[in-house]
Design a protein around this ligand. Structure first.
Ligand code: 26V
Length: 832
């Protein structure tokens, strides 16, 4: 039975014959190929274009209904949307799986092969961008009048290639063969300016007016990517801006007879939307990045203001009609931009404009790592956005006036709260700007929000306690269960009936089935199938044979010191040493053959992250090449971790690694995807993992390591990683082998910087401190894995406890507590 058709296709979905006809027509007209001899790529394009036509019709209907309903509009502003592939998720949302399968099979292809033709839309780095895409799915599914806004980068996150055990980056030319899901609206463009100066004019009444005259002009062209709701007939869109040279500007050059200069200038301005910044670990303050931020914000605000004008109440009524959510500080320049539009162009007075701004904007914080908090040198801001710099000064002056009124004489407090950091070469603190200019700020897990309140933004919290709220992240069960794991989804539907995919709390109905031996058997069979599929996927890519009987122990996410892939490597080396020390052919207890599977991209300039990838490969080559060991232990690195290979890796995972230093991972969302798919978690008490353990039950989790307050206390007391190293024989051995070239005999000093960071430079992420506790938790995991029935029982209980972590719940909470928005009901509304 196909789970996906249980709910039935939409009443007005195309019939199978209609779809067949549409695909044929599209193959003919778009690819110019003979439909009777269509290759797999032709069929992919034919099917995609046929679906797109249908989505477009639904989109127009939806937009009309939203317009007529007068519902509050939600604008989700994000520099990143990590979409992945769209074919299968669109098919599922439209309820057309069986029909699409039948149609492509009539061309002699399988739907799986067709799916592989699509290139990921990788317009994001990791968690933050993927969250934005999960949110789009939930916003559409719940029928909110919502829009995503971002940039259509020509090049998404780089393609990772492993050469001689090291990462190299290749450009991700994701639109090489076009992208069937986008509509470029050539006629829908807005001017955006940069640089120049501010002119001061006086009107007839003698009032001063400030007008910004830029020196550089580009056009923002809208490109819409459609997002259907899950079987509710609704379609919303992400509007992604593309930079195009402005015509007048080029004309100026042409008039001077400088043809080549004109073309060069055109290329330069179009660079703005050329490439996604691939380093999400630290800010570097490049001017082009600021231009990207302003470019997309300026176009978006024009679009929002245009639409708001048509709504009742006009611009003054904006806060009642519009909510703008800032996905981190990357779009925070929207605050001074809206002020500029309202004050300079619409001629509102400052106080009215400010009140509109604050009530319209809300800000989500996604990290507390100081190196990732954005700040722009005043000098750069002044040069690129001179009027915005003035407005930021004015916002700050008024804000500090209030601070001084509340705390007279406390200059230190004023300096700490100021939007301008005077101590590090004068910088604009974007988080402070976002906090002052929004009515709400949220963290992305309970722990993270507490840390915002109690440490990073403590002074702000003292001042505006009610501004801080928590919105624990979630992920969409449509992509991460239905689509990625059809076997498990079918089993769940059979057991608890349909409907759980839009009401995830219902997974709790699986709990009693954990006690049913027959059900456990079937659950195990599904996992085994998924492991076989993953193993086949990995063989040519990681070049490691992963027997599905082995435990699949998986650590996939961006490579970062705080995520502690190195702690995992230390454990692998420890297992290797234990195996080498055992009599030949014997396996030390608890004996569980396992494959340690890694995947993730390192920022191209992040040396320690790149070295970590080299170390994983070096250890893999020694471990996998030692026949004495490889019967019980293998190491695999899956290159180019991305959304589409996550969909294959996650369902085949037994053990999910969520081992960041407590207090550093804001939420994590991979943690949720694994547990939903029946993986058990080995993890620290960090981010949303804390809440998962609470929902599922601590006893069904392998929790280890220091908790956040302990990390802080140990650091305050004086942490001495060397003492721990000296006292622990197994740890010492593992560290020494890495440092002394056991895994890099031809370059013995290669991994010395890793030893140094642990033993000489203070071990910032407390790897030494958590090592022993981690190894013990791994032993508990191995022990449980030996008991297949018990492991399966706990696996079922993990899935059953994940109902809270649907992005549907998260979005409903944002709507209620931050946006004050309700879903649009009525025609085409969600069927309950
Ligand atoms: C920062 C930067 C810095 C400058 C250049 C480009 C760039 C791109 C992205 C970032 C954001 C880093 C913050 C981030 O991704 N946070 C992650 O957000 C997830 C969703 O809330 C959360 O689950 C992860 O724990 C958190 O690390």
């Amino acid at each position: 039975m196909k789970n996906h058709d249980v709910a039935g296709r939409m009443a007005d979905s195309p019939s199978r014959e209609g779809l067949r006809e549409a695909v044929r027509r599209q193959i003919l007209s778009y690819t110019g190929s003979d439909p009777d001899r269509a290759g797999v790529r032709d069929v992919y394009r034919g099917l995609a274009f046929a679906l797109r036509e249908y989505l477009a019709e639904k989109w127009i209907e939806t937009q009309r209904a939203y317009y007529e309903s007068g519902a509050k509009r939600i604008y989700y502003l994000s520099l990143e949307f990590l979409v992945g592939r769209s074919l299968m998720s669109n098919i599922l949302s439209l309820g057309l799986e069986d029909d699409a399968r039948a149609v492509v099979e009539s061309y002699g292809h399988s739907l799986d092969d067709i799916e592989e033709m699509e290139w990921d839309a990788g317009l994001g780095n990791g968690g933050l961008g993927r969250l934005a895409s999960c949110f789009m799915d939930s916003l559409a599914t719940q029928g909110f009048a919502a829009y995503g806004y971002g940039i259509r980068y020509d090049f998404g996150i780089f393609w990772q290639v492993i050469e001689n055990g090291a990462q190299t980056e290749r450009p991700d030319n994701w639109m090489r063969f076009g992208c069937p899901w986008q509509f470029e609206r050539q006629g829908h463009l807005y001017p955006v300016q940069f640089g120049g100066s501010v002119r001061i004019l006086h009107d007839e009444q003698g009032n001063e007016r400030r007008i910004w005259v830029g020196s550089e002009h580009v056009l923002a062209v809208a490109c819409d990517m459609l997002v259907p709701g899950y079987r509710n007939g609704k379609v919303i869109n992400m509007r992604l801006w593309n930079a195009k040279a402005s015509r007048e500007f080029a004309l100026d050059y042409f008039q001077r007879g400088d043809y080549v200069g004109a073309v060069e200038e055109k290329a330069k301005s179009e660079n703005i939307s050329k490439v996604l910044y691939p380093d999400d670990s630290r800010v570097q303050g490049q001017e082009l990045r600021l231009k990207q931020q302003y470019f997309f914000v300026a176009a978006t605000i024009q679009d929002i203001v245009r639409r708001s004008r048509k709504q009742s109440g006009g611009l003054a009524g904006m806060p009642d009609r519009v909510a703008v959510q800032l996905n981190d500080t990357h779009p925070a320049i929207a605050i001074p931009e809206l002020m500029r539009v309202l004050v300079d162009e619409e001629e509102l007075n400052w106080d009215d404009a400010w009140s509109i701004c604050v009530r319209t904007f809300a800000y989500t914080n996604h990290t507390i790592l100081p190196e990732a908090l954005e700040h722009w040198p005043v000098e750069t801001m002044q040069r690129v956005l001179p009027r915005h710099m003035e407005i930021i000064y004015e916002i700050n002056a008024r804000f500090l006036q209030l601070v001084r009124r509340l705390h007279p004489g406390d200059d230190a407090l004023a300096a700490r709260l100021s939007i301008i950091d005077e101590d590090h070469g004068r910088r604009v603190r974007m988080a402070h700007l976002a906090l002052v200019g929004s009515h709400m700020v949220n963290g992305v897990s309970a722990l993270h929000t507490d840390l915002l309140r109690s440490s990073v933004f403590q002074d702000f919290h003292d001042m505006y306690p009610r501004r801080f709220v928590n919105m624990t992240n979630g992920v969409t069960p449509r992509r991460w269960m239905l689509q990625a794991n059809p076997l498990l989804s079918d089993l769940i539907t059979e057991a608890i009936g349909p409907g759980w995919e839009t009401d995830l709390a219902r997974l709790r109905d699986l709990r009693p089935l954990a006690e049913d031996a027959q059900f456990r058997q079937r659950w195990r069979e599904v996992k085994f199938e998924n492991k076989k599929r993953l193993s086949a996927y990995m063989l040519p890519r990681a070049r490691v044979l992963a027997p599905p009987e082995f435990m699949f122990d998986v650590h996939v996410k961006r490579i970062h010191e705080y995520k502690r892939q190195l702690l995992n490597v230390l454990h692998v080396v420890t297992l290797y040493n234990r195996l080498r020390g055992a009599p030949p052919g014997e396996c030390p207890l608890p004996c569980v053959p396992r494959v340690a599977i890694f995947g993730g991209k390192a920022a191209p300039a992040y040396a320690m992250a790149k070295l970590t990838i080299r170390l994983i490969h070096a250890v893999a080559s020694v471990v996998n090449g030692d026949p004495h060991v490889s019967n019980y232990l293998r190491v695999a690195f899956v290159p180019n971790y991305c959304v589409s290979n996550a969909e294959k890796i996650i369902p085949g995972t037994d053990l999910s690694e969520q081992i960041s230093t407590a207090g550093t991972e804001a939420s994590g969302t991979g943690n949720m995807k694994f547990a939903m798919n029946g993986a058990l978690t080995i993890g620290t008490m960090d981010g949303a993992t804390v809440e998962m353990a609470k929902e599922i039950g601590d006893e069904h989790f392998f929790i280890f390591g220091l908790h956040t307050p302990e990390v802080a206390a140990l650091k305050a007391r004086g942490y001495d990683p060397r003492r721990i190293y000296d006292a622990d024989r197994e740890l010492r051995l593992a560290v020494d082998m890495i440092a002394n070239g056991h895994f890099s005999p031809r370059e013995p000093g290669l991994f010395e910087p890793i030893r140094q960071s642990w033993l000489d430079d203070g071990d910032k992420y407390m790897v030494m401190a958590d090592y022993r506790s981690y190894v013990e938790a791994q032993e508990r995991a191995a022990h449980l894995y030996q008991d297949r029935e018990e492991w399966t029982r706990v696996s079922i209980l993990n899935t059953a406890g994940m109902g809270y972590f649907s992005s549907d719940r998260t979005i409903a909470q944002y709507a209620r507590e931050i946006w004050g928005a309700e879903p649009v009901t009525g025609s085409g509304a969600r069927k309950k």
